[in-house]
Design a protein around this ligand. Structure first.
Ligand SMILES: *[C@@H]1O[C@H](CO)[C@@H](O)[C@H](O)[C@H]1NC(C)=O
Ligand SMILES: *[C@@H]1O[C@H](CO)[C@@H](O)[C@H](O)[C@H]1NC(C)=O
Ligand SMILES: *[C@@H]1O[C@H](CO)[C@@H](O)[C@H](O)[C@H]1NC(C)=O
Length: 399
């Protein structure tokens, strides 16, 4: 036996050399196969597709009027609105299939021990309510959770999952500064809101490392409805007023860039960072305070979308696409991915709370609500898309 061993040992360096040479001369090995991207998880799945009737038999609803996470004004069934049509989103890529509905128990199991946070304005809240109510059907022990500055949230004990929303309507920190009484104001200004473009609002400044998935939005407060000329926004950087002063839309652009780089820097790279684009409004016939209405059960046709939303036509709902172009410019090249739900939502003029707001005088005071969405309704489809995207991210071994 010993006679054979020696020549074999001598062969070893030769074999190794040949192997190394082969390795160096051959092209790099192919990357390991990626799991196929499930329907709904590709970013383009939300931006190319159409609404179709939910394949029958439609599954029973994941939640009803009594879900404890509801916010009254969006609980349209309780408020007497006829149910929103049961429609599903069929992405062009999926060959006729629709984005599968969230399986709450399976989602919670896959998200075991994880935390999902949303940060932004009430449209993020609209989305989180849909997500909380849906997930609750997968864990009856779900309870409210409002720690770490969360405005609304839930804890799902079976799989130890947290889902919460942090209210930060401008994302950046802003503070009310009344004018001093001694100074007479000829211009009618009652005070200003100081926006520190480089400082995140307290509500989320400290949670950047707490969550495994973070979904941001801002956009609906950047207009004269919220900040009229008597109480304008004034932008500061490094503690000093920005000179010359910025108008509100330029201020938005600066805040988007600055918050984008804060998120890139402060949120760990293994965290899934998403930015939800604008939710379109559907005020027909006038602004919210000029009898704008969305009492409708008709979806818009594809060829109507531009006349409703293209800023070139100057309609009352042009805000969404305007803000979106600022979001795109600010975030391109960062590690924050867009969750572009605008296009699919533009069709859905049929799905807002409108006059069914649950309070007698709400419409007289506030006008119709053609901005938020009924629940159940369109945000459930947002949830389905968000869920497949999150699960795909986890399955790739990220997060
Ligand atoms: C969102 O998707 C629509 C439809 O494809 C597209 O026109 C729009 O530019 C996208 N917006 C952003 C911010 O990427
Ligand atoms: C954030 O955390 C730091 C350090 O723990 C603390 O000093 C600060 O007050 C916190 N800020 C907010 C807004 O909670
Ligand atoms: C809204 O409609 C009511 C009733 O038709 C009318 O009296 C009122 O002037 C309208 N308001 C505006 C701002 O157009």
């Amino acid at each position: 036996m010993a006679r054979h061993r020696l020549p074999r040992l001598l062969l070893l360096p030769v074999t190794l050399t040949i192997l190394i040479l082969l390795f160096l001369s051959s092209s790099p090995p192919p990357p390991p196969p990626q799991p196929p991207i499930p329907c709904g998880a590709a970013p383009s799945d939300a931006t190319a597709g159409r609404w179709v009737p939910t394949p029958s038999p439609p599954p029973p609803p994941l939640y009803i009027q009594s879900c404890p996470f509801h916010r009254n004004a969006w609980n349209c069934l309780r408020n007497g609105r006829p149910p929103v049509a049961a429609l599903s989103w069929a992405p062009s890529r999926c060959g006729g299939a629709v984005v599968p509905r969230l399986d709450p128990a399976a989602f919670l199991a896959a998200a075991r021990g994880r935390r999902i946070g949303l940060v932004g304005d009430s449209l993020s809240e609209n989305l989180v309510v849909a997500l909380l109510c849906a997930l609750r059907s997968g864990d009856g022990g779900a309870r409210k959770w409002k720690r770490r500055g969360a405005w609304r949230g839930g804890y799902f004990p079976r799989e130890d999952v947290v889902v919460a929303y942090h209210r930060a309507v401008l994302l950046a920190k802003y503070t009310w500064q009344p004018v001093e009484n001694s100074k007479p104001q000829s211009d009618g200004i009652k005070g200003t809101y100081r926006v520190d473009v480089d400082i995140p609002a307290d509500d989320w400044a400290n949670i950047t490392k707490f969550y495994d998935v973070l979904i941001f939005n801002t956009g609906h407060w950047w207009g004269p409805d919220k900040f009229p000329k008597e109480t304008p926004l004034v932008f500061y950087r490094g503690g000093k007023p920005i000179e010359p002063p910025l108008g509100i839309f330029d201020g938005l652009k600066v805040v988007l860039r600055s918050m984008g780089s804060y998120i890139e820097r402060e949120v760990p790279s293994k965290t899934l960072k998403l930015w939800r684009t604008q939710s379109p409004r559907h005020f027909d016939g006038g602004e919210w305070d000029h009898n704008g209405s969305c009492v409708s059960d008709r979806l818009l046709e594809e060829n109507e979308l531009d006349s409703w939303f293209d800023p070139r036509f100057g309609g009352v709902n042009k805000e969404a696409r305007l803000v979106n172009s600022a979001i795109w410019e600010a975030l391109v090249g960062t590690d924050i991915q867009l969750l572009n739900l605008t296009y699919m939502s533009e069709f859905r003029a049929d799905a807002h709370p409108a006059i069914w707001l649950g309070k007698k005088d709400a419409v007289a005071v506030w006008g119709q609500d053609c901005m938020h969405w009924c629940l159940p309704g369109v945000p459930d489809t947002w949830v389905d898309i968000l869920a497949v995207r999150i699960l795909h991210y986890f399955k790739q071994g990220k997060g």
